[in-house]
Design a protein around this ligand. Structure first.
Ligand SMILES: Nc1ncnc2c1ncn2[C@@H]1O[C@H](COP(=O)(O)OP(=O)(O)OP(=O)(O)O)[C@@H](O)[C@H]1O
Ligand SMILES: [Mg+2]
Length: 343
């Protein structure tokens, strides 16, 4: 549905150029939700703007529905753009228009007959759950409601693709989650292909089928979300996963934690499960093999595409030798293992 081939973009400034995109290639299949994650300045906005040619790539192909957009005439491009809706972090609603009028705008611009506009806007208001707010102005809406209006407006002309530029970054966690559910619902119901960019791994985990990671304008990793979460290959990706999933050492333990062992205390160990391993099984194996007792202190486990991952803090209790063997066993099973101290 969307294919980027070796897309590069350099912004030229007086004192040199900034390479915002460097040879980026990926394909988004029809009906998929594809997420691009990257830190601030990584090139995410530039990337998504290249997909509808709000930004022209310096080189490379942007193929949407079989057509390379940079090759199109302006009228052909306008037609292709109609197949793509877009939503933004700050909603970009017109403050002088009501909710109804904001949603109707793209249809008015398309010269759709008034009666058809009414039917379509009513449908969209119901879809995003804002029938009651039809005559309100944006200034009277919450952030989540504004984003719902923006989504309805983006869908008005029945696009095949929805582009989302940090669509939930200005929203609190509960509202973020309701907007993400709405996007997923729209994707399932209408088969719309969604390309979204974000700096939050939680967004990727919640709704994406596939993810690409960009850093300094380069695509450094891509794949199915479950695979990336269970087996991240680059440090940048690992850092994104870690930042969305960590556990703190409980205050009481922190107070008594020592840096080195006195021989009779137990290590506090942080285990990061990103594989297909079952933590329970691994714990019973070490108990059986090395006669240790794994006391779970804190845990933060989650699912992405049916794959469990997360972090568990344990006190490994047993003789010093057995405890050491258990720790080696964790490491040899590809579990990221870190001894935080001794209690
Ligand atoms: N119009 C522009 N002119 C000059 N430089 C630009 C322009 N747009 C972006 N850049 C530069 O390109 C790089 C990538 O910017 P971009 O906005 O794509 O990053 P981003 O990943 O969206 O960041 P953020 O998460 O902060 O929104 C940055 O170094 C930025 O300063
Ligand atoms: Mg941006």
């Amino acid at each position: 549905m969307i294919e980027l081939q070796q897309v590069s973009k350099t912004f030229h400034k007086k004192n040199g150029g900034v390479t915002a995109l460097d040879n980026v290639s990926f394909t988004v299949g029809k009906g998929n939700i594809f997420g691009v994650i990257g830190a601030s300045g990584a090139g995410k906005s530039t990337l998504i703007r290249c997909v509808n040619l709000l930004e022209r790539p310096g080189s490379g192909k942007v193929i949407v529905d079989g057509k390379n957009l940079p090759d199109l005439s302006s009228s052909e491009l306008a037609r292709s753009r109609r197949e793509m809706g877009m939503i933004f972090q700050h909603f970009n609603l017109l403050s002088s228009r009501t909710v109804y009028e904001n949603i109707a705008l793209p249809l008015e611009l398309d010269k759709t007959p008034v009666s058809q506009i009414k039917t379509r806007v009513d449908e969209l208001l119901a879809l995003v759950g804002l029938e009651e707010k039809r005559n309100d102005f944006p200034s009277n809406l919450s952030g989540g409601q504004k984003q719902r209006v923006a989504i309805a407006r983006a869908l008005a002309a029945r696009p095949k693709i929805l582009l989302c530029d940090e669509a939930t970054s200005a929203l609190d966690p509960a509202t973020t989650s309701s907007i993400l559910s709405l996007l997923k619902n729209i994707n399932r119901k209408f088969g719309i292909t969604i390309l979204l960019i974000t700096h939050e791994m939680d967004v990727i985990k919640a709704i994406c089928d596939e993810v690409a990671v960009i850093s300094d304008g380069k695509l450094i990793e891509k794949g199915r979300v479950g695979d990336i979460f269970s087996n991240p290959s680059s440090p940048v990706t690992r850092e994104f996963i870690t930042s969305s999933h960590d556990v703190a050492v409980p205050f009481e333990l922190e107070q008594v934690l020592t840096e080195s062992s006195n021989g009779t205390d137990y290590p506090l160990v942080k285990l990061r499960f990103t594989g297909k391993l079952n933590a329970g099984t691994v714990f019973s194996e070490t108990s059986r093999l090395f006669e240790v007792d794994n006391e779970i202190v804190a845990a933060n486990m989650d699912y992405a595409q049916g794959i469990k991952f997360g972090v568990i803090l344990i006190l490994v209790k047993g003789t010093q030798e057995n405890v050491q063997q258990a720790i080696e066993y964790y490491k040899s099973n590809n579990i990221q293992t870190e001894v935080l101290g001794y209690v």
